[in-house]
Design a binder for this molecule. Structure first.
Ligand code: PPS
Length: 570
């Protein structure tokens, strides 16, 4: 059956056991060691099991891995494959295993997804992997950063036996396996299909580009956005999928389909483009669009692009015959004002006026609630984006006070709380040090580990409040810089983070000694008291520094409100 042939001329892989056989395996897997898959591994397992990664039949062996790194080919099958697909684990887990063992791979809820029959266990040289695959060792590259800082030290390779497919509760009507998508194409009578990969919301330029590609090749169009893992900071997939659904009616009826790809991207530029093309062939596409800077990871440490913008096209061109999917290369699309249409930049004639809005400018306009012209994007796409990306004035934020005991954090926090309540624009929650210690962290001591845990808990609650558009006011001592930075990072992903160092001197705090704790600490009755026999690390980049020794409560609150106004949150 020609429709089941993969990019490598072989059969489309399906590693799933029939349900009755999978059920029969239940007793066998009980005694096997289990590995809880990370989010990236979960994505990889899904595409291994459903054939999206055909001809792979499991996580790579050491021989395949080395061959892919150095020759872009699988060792045994000698077919093109540019991206290592490896199962990384920690040393402790690997130490208890040997070749020939079986392990169960489980999802976040501990549902068994597959059995891995171990054929290889090895320690990779990650510097070599980074250099070969991503052509850099810079940690500004998200996949290199992941490789060095998140991935485990040891790789395990071997074939998979699928027990359950990873479950998704979102957009189920848009999720199709390679087998299902190929069936769909057959049922529709689609024979030539141009695949389009994206990790961003689609605007008019993308619509125009994809429409042109389909017309050019007299083919149907498959919009197949990645919904597994994309670049950190990207628009979340829920919002994006709603945007894609809004753009679909702009294509002629019956010509275009939308299907979601649960892939974990690596942002690997040229190698990634080739990998995407192979995956699309597996999903039944005959053509694949490769644009400018395909799967580019952004800028390196010197502000330069990691890859030449058309390097991806060159690599796919080199292998397209072998992988049997035709590339449709595209240049950047620009808007010609006089003709009110989009054209590839290489078709612009001299003297013609082009209009462009960069990604940065687009995000700025979105953040400020400014106009986004209809020539750039469709109004209902923008409306979807505005729902989840409101301007700063409607985003949540956290005011994070830090400082010594008795510095005045609680007093300021309470005064600020009242001001926000007075304005009534957003819901407000106060997470004061003392309250948190009673309600959230009553079992914790004041050891460094426990203080960090306490701050992480506060940070988690504040990030949830911020994410949902509220105001969180936190007022712990939070004496350690690294955990404060961690909290800053976590919260900034969802809204504002305003760190206020209440820098009242130890002398003043001690002279106030409202709770009598300093006296007890001096007398040795409390051990590890911040400022006395436990350190307070001065914040390195607070948004505000306030000394309540020389600033009144009202003045301090005004300073905070003015800072929030300046940052755009009020
Ligand atoms: S931390 O380090 O951020 O977890 O501390 P925090 O939870 O904010 O501390 C809350 C209050 O605990 C009292 N307390 C101590 N503070 C510092 N060091 C030691 N060893 C200690 N033991 C008890 C102190 O009154 C803190 O409240 P504030 O409001 O800061 O005075």
């Amino acid at each position: 059956m020609h429709e089941l042939i993969t990019a490598h001329g072989g059969k489309l892989i399906n590693l799933m056991l029939p349900p009755e056989k999978a059920t029969a395996m239940k007793a066998e897997i009980v005694n096997l060691p289990s590995w809880s898959l990370t989010q990236r591994q979960l994505c990889d397992v899904e595409l291994l099991l459903n054939g999206g990664f055909s001809p792979l039949e499991g996580f790579m062996t050491e021989a395949d891995y080395n061959s892919v790194l150095h020759h872009l080919r699988l060792a045994e099958k000698n077919v093109v494959w540019p991206m290592p697909i490896t199962l990384d684990v920690n040393e402790a887990f690997a130490d208890a295993l040997k070749v020939g063992d079986k392990i169960v791979l489980r999802d976040f809820e501990q549902v068994p997804l597959a059995i891995l029959n171990i054929s290889d266990i090895w320690q990779p040289d990650k510097a070599v992997e980074a250099q070969q695959v991503f052509a850099t060792q810079s940690q500004a590259h998200p996949a290199v950063n992941y490789l060095f800082n998140t991935a485990g030290k040891i790789y395990i390779g071997g074939k998979l036996t699928g027990l359950n497919t990873p479950h998704h509760y979102d957009f189920t009507h848009l999720r199709r396996t390679p087998h299902e998508l190929r069936d769909f194409f057959i049922k529709q009578g689609w024979q030539r299909i141009v695949g389009f990969q994206t990790r961003n919301p689609m605007h008019r330029a993308h619509q125009e580009l994809t429409f042109r590609a389909a017309k050019l090749k007299e083919a149907n169009l498959l919009i197949q956005p990645v919904v597994g893992m994309t670049k950190p900071g990207d628009v979340d997939h829920y919002t994006r999928v709603r945007c894609y659904e809004k753009i679909l009616p702009n294509y002629p009826e019956q010509t275009t389909a939308l299907s979601l790809l649960p892939l974990a991207m690596r942002m690997g530029g040229p190698r990634e483009a080739l990998w995407h093309a192979i995956i699309r062939k597996n999903y039944g596409c005959t053509h694949f669009i490769v644009g400018r800077d395909h799967a580019g990871p952004g800028k390196d440490d010197n502000g330069e692009d990691f890859y030449h913008p058309y390097a991806a096209q060159e690599l796919v061109k080199k292998y397209q015959d072998e992988i049997e999917i035709e590339m449709v290369p595209f240049q950047e699309m620009v808007y010609l004002e006089d003709r009110a249409e989009y054209v590839p930049v290489n078709e612009v004639e001299s003297g013609q006026k082009i209009l462009k809005i960069s990604g940065t400018e687009f995000r700025r306009r979105l953040q400020k609630g400014l106009d986004i012209p209809a020539w750039f994007s469709y109004p209902d796409v923008i409306a979807e984006l505005r729902k989840t990306h409101p301007p700063k004035q409607r985003q949540g934020f956290t005011v994070f006070f830090t400082g010594l005991s008795g510095a005045g954090k609680s007093t300021l926090a309470n005064a600020l709380l009242v001001k926000f309540m007075e304005s009534g624009k957003r819901p407000v929650t106060l997470l004061d040090g003392d309250i948190v210690r009673k309600k959230l962290s009553s079992e914790l001591t004041f050891s460094k580990a426990h203080r960090d845990l306490n701050i992480l808990r506060i940070g988690f609650v504040a990030s949830e409040i911020t994410k949902n558009g509220g105001i969180a006011i936190c007022a712990p001592i939070a004496p350690y810089e690294s955990v404060r930075q961690q909290v800053r990072q976590e919260i900034s992903a969802h809204g504002g983070f305003i760190e206020v160092h209440v820098a009242t001197s130890l002398e003043i705090c001690e002279s106030r000694d409202r709770k009598g704790l300093y006296a007890q600490a001096r007398a040795g009755q409390i051990k590890g008291f911040t400022g006395i026999d436990d350190p307070y690390e001065t914040p390195t980049n607070p948004e505000l520094v306030i000394d309540t020794g020389n600033t009144s409560v009202l003045e301090s609150v005004q300073q905070i409100l003015l800072k929030l106004e300046k940052l755009g949150y009020l």
